[in-house]
Design a protein around this ligand. Structure first.
Ligand SMILES: Cc1cc2nc3c(=O)[nH]c(=O)nc-3n(C[C@H](O)[C@H](O)[C@H](O)COP(=O)(O)OP(=O)(O)OC[C@H]3O[C@@H](n4cnc5c(N)ncnc54)[C@H](O)[C@@H]3O)c2cc1C
Length: 446
């Protein structure tokens, strides 16, 4: 493809998590001129603790805390949260989406053919994961290996899991789609924070953004906002869609940990190797080894100071719940949501079951950690603020990320979001000539 400048692009995509990166990659593959605007940095995946802290743990930016002291993280970097996610793939609730007029079966099948999705092979399933599985089965749970987004043929024994970003490229992340889009001619403008979509006569015509403290603007015939469950409603509100950012989910979680001294864990433990979904109880349970830093944070938060350095003998289970919709995102990007009594009860019920599992696995000194969350979504729901093509009330303005999920969730959402990204790309190119045409000139202000 001929190089092009940002002044004549076909589509602007704001945000490059699994939603934005998928749309960018799909459109670039179809020869469209795509500009990706990303608040966080691009550049090489360093996979070190500095990258983890600066892109996932900055208070008020990537680490958001509710009044109930529930911490929620999101990755502010090219690739979004998938840079730091646990690489677990969960089946897409196709029927639920169909009931909202969104049929992404073909797109999900295509994604499954293209991506490295499979349960872990035996060599990657560690003794600690096996021990927890054994305990769970003895406690009566159907505890099976989960599918992972991992290039297992690239993995070598002892390789650390990419908690801090995976420089060995074993764990698939949306950064790979960003890189692919760039290799096909798309432009990645990193460190560019989109503030609003420019609307003229009921149509999106471009975006305003901050780059190095300067307010700039760029035009395009189509704008896709994909800034994640928190970032997207903020951009939409600034663009006139004031109802965005209410009644959302964030899939709260608690972990329960214990000491198993005769099995040692290391950096090569893979989180969420196996687990179980208790659909009727509204939560899932999986093994959850953590990075040393997160182990430190989780353990310190509940003052189990004597356990801070027992990282290698800690067996941990995560309980992740489907919380009821509620709360609001503040205009400043804060998260306001109280866990309902029902949601707390779900998590505590899960904690009791996790204790049983750990006891069966031979764990001692069992304790639970504080509430945490990592999947904000449902802030711009299909059927409310976007239609089944993911279009907003404004022409040429679309949303594609975890925000559009229409119902309470509680599951790893990445495959669903990728399916939605492919769905939107198809929709945009099927309407080629109408939606995706050449752009206006770039305007720079300020
Ligand atoms: C620790 C952790 C573990 C997880 N594990 C799993 C797992 O195992 N399986 C799974 O399926 N999911 C997992 N998730 C969740 C998953 O990563 C997210 O649900 C997914 O990344 C959401 O994709 P998205 O496209 O909606 O948004 P995001 O990934 O949040 O991407 C949004 C992007 O928009 C950018 N952005 C935000 N605001 C702006 C702005 N104003 N201008 C420009 N850019 C902006 C952000 O920097 C980011 O790149 C995990 C998440 C975390 C944090």
């Amino acid at each position: 493809m001929e190089p092009y400048s940002i002044s004549n692009c076909d589509v602007i995509i704001a945000g490059t998590g699994p939603g934005g990166a998928t749309v960018a990659r799909e459109l670039a593959r179809r020869g469209k001129k795509v500009v990706m605007m990303e608040w966080g940095p691009g550049g090489p995946v360093r996979g070190n603790i500095w990258q983890y802290i600066t892109e996932l743990l900055i208070p008020g930016k990537s680490l958001l805390v509710t009044h109930g002291m529930l911490s929620m993280v999101r990755g502010i970097t090219a690739g979004g949260s998938s840079m730091f996610y646990y690489g677990t793939c969960f089946p897409v609730p196709l029927e639920m989406l169909k009931s909202y007029g969104v049929d992404i079966q073909d797109e999900v099948e295509e994604a499954r053919r293209e991506l490295p999705i499979a349960p872990l092979k035996d060599e990657m399933f560690t003794p600690m994961a096996g021990r927890i599985q054994q305990g769970a089965r003895q406690a009566g749970f159907e505890w099976n290996r989960l599918e992972k987004f991992m290039y297992q043929d690239r993995w070598k024994p002892g390789m650390p899991f990419g908690y801090y970003g995976d420089r060995n490229a074993v764990k698939w992340s949306a950064r790979m789609y960003v890189d692919e889009a760039v290799s096909l001619g798309a432009v990645l403008m990193d460190r560019a924070k989109v503030s609003r979509v420019i609307i003229e006569n009921g149509k999106a015509t471009g975006v305003e953004y901050y780059l190095a403290g300067r307010l700039c603007a760029i035009s395009a015939p189509v704008v896709v906002v994909a800034a994640g469950g928190i970032g997207t409603p903020m951009i939409l509100r600034n663009s006139g869609i004031k109802e965005a950012g209410f009644d959302f989910f964030f899939d709260p979680l608690i972990t329960v940990a214990g000491t198993i001294s005769d099995v040692k864990t290391g950096n090569d433990e893979i989180p969420m190797s196996a687990g179980t979904l208790l659909e009727d109880d509204g939560y899932m349970m999986t093994d959850l080894p953590l990075s040393r830093l997160t182990h430190f944070m989780f353990t310190g938060q509940v003052l189990r100071l004597h356990r801070l350095f027992s990282f290698r003998s800690t067996a941990r289970i995560m309980i992740k719940a489907r919380d009821s919709l509620g709360g609001r995102i503040t205009d400043g990007g804060g998260v306001r949501k109280h866990l309902s009594r029902e949601d707390r009860d779900k998590l505590l019920h899960g904690c009791e079951n996790a204790r049983k599992v750990l006891k069966e696995a031979g764990a001692k000194d069992i304790y639970k950690t504080w509430y945490f969350a990592a999947h904000p979504g449902g802030t711009v729901k299909i059927g409310h603020l976007v239609d089944s093509t993911l279009k907003t009330q404004y022409d040429n303005l679309y949303v594609c990320d975890c925000s559009v999920i229409p119902k309470a969730w509680g599951l790893p959402p990445t495959l669903t979001i990728i399916g939605l990204g492919k769905h939107l790309a198809r929709h945009l190119t099927e309407e080629k000539g109408k939606k995706v045409t050449s752009s206006e000139d770039q305007v720079t202000r300020g």
